[in-house]
Design a protein around this ligand. Structure first.
Ligand SMILES: NCc1[nH]cc(CCC(=O)O)c1CC(=O)O
Length: 314
């Protein structure tokens, strides 16, 4: 391997500064260090504040716009001040700006949503009229479908803030990604992992992707050493599904592709935000053909969606 990073010329890893983002950047650094037998000093972690980090008082769906958590980081890649950027793929826009690419994925964490309370019960066991805090359009719609009696309140913030809100009685429960809890080592947070067969996660949930300049062949070569092929195959399908639906809406979307031998099996759904309608789709394909399947699954939903399905915001 030519041209490995050194402590004099470290590889610069761009990331947001949240505890979860830092854990993901450290995992990326540690995997690269292990793959090439490099010291930590051969890497530099560059923390970059994004619009999504600055605006804390409004639901993200209200701020709107693409790339709330990514624009400033992508600018740093484009101007050469960092070499790679580590992202939660769940938060990534489906298309990257000209000149950038994501083709490296770390092994995927748990894809499930965790239903978090002070006691660890499931959503189905919550009392009538319980209050659930979530600012995710998808989770809110999925809760409304399952428990129309539940009262939904907006809820943002990191795990500690959310647990404090539960203790203060602001809400009885919230949803968090199992992946985040696991990556932060938060084993003591009472949670009930929801089976994806009961509630589909967000597209790309639990996946970390690494972005680089498209023409940076040195980084391409380095990153190929830590790429997880299975995650890449699953994400190709899920991201094609999202991309195809994306143009039309800010509609709640869920989807999950899983490998079964040499087959990829996908399930997806779109919902009305109030939970009054859910359309689901499922299919499978050879593992290498996930992008075509994701596209076809989305086209299927678009063809079946009743008039006005995507117009809820108007
Ligand atoms: N939207 C925020 C976000 N982006 C990624 C994760 C969790 C980790 C992951 O899914 O990879 C979270 C927090 C959450 O949903 O609980």
């Amino acid at each position: 391997m030519s041209d490995l990073p050194t402590s004099d010329a470290p590889l610069s890893i761009g990331t947001r500064g949240s505890p979860l983002a830092l854990a993901q950047a450290h995992e990326t650094r540690d995997r690269l260090a292990a793959a090439f037998d490099l010291p930590q000093a051969a890497f530099h972690i560059e923390i970059i504040k994004t619009t999504g980090d600055r605006v804390l008082d409004r639901p993200l769906s209200e701020i709107g716009g693409k790339g709330l958590f990514t624009r400033e980081i992508e600018d740093a890649l484009l101007d050469g001040s960092i070499d790679i950027a580590v992202h939660s793929m769940k938060d990534m826009p489906t298309l990257q700006p000209d000149g950038l690419t994501i083709d490296t994925y770390l092994p995927r964490e748990d894809v499930r949503d965790a239903f978090v309370t002070l006691t660890g019960v499931a959503l189905a066991d919550m009392p009538q009229g319980a209050v659930v805090g979530s600012s995710s359009l998808r989770r809110r719609a999925q809760i409304a479908v399952r428990r129309p009696d539940v009262k939904l309140v907006e809820f943002r913030g990191n795990v500690q803030t959310r647990m404090a809100k539960l203790r203060d009685g602001v809400a009885d429960a919230t949803f968090l990604a199992m992946a985040g809890l696991n990556r932060l080592g938060l084993t003591d947070v009472p949670r009930h992992a929801t089976d994806p067969a009961d509630m589909l996660p967000a597209v790309a949930q639990g996946a970390i992707g690494i972005e680089r300049r498209a023409d940076d062949t040195r980084m391409a070569e380095l990153l190929s050493a830590i790429h997880d092929r299975d995650t890449g195959l699953r994400l190709a399908c899920e991201r094609a599904f999202l991309l195809t639906l994306d143009g039309s809406c800010e509609t709640p979307i869920a989807g999950l592709a899983e490998l079964d031998g040499d087959r990829l099996r996908f399930r997806g759904e779109i919902l009305r935000p109030d939970g009054s309608d859910v359309l689901t789709v499922a299919g499978d394909c050879p593992a290498m053909e996930g992008a075509a399947l994701g596209y076809a699954m989305a086209e299927n939903l678009l063809a079946r969606a009743p008039a006005g399905f995507f117009d809820w915001r108007a």
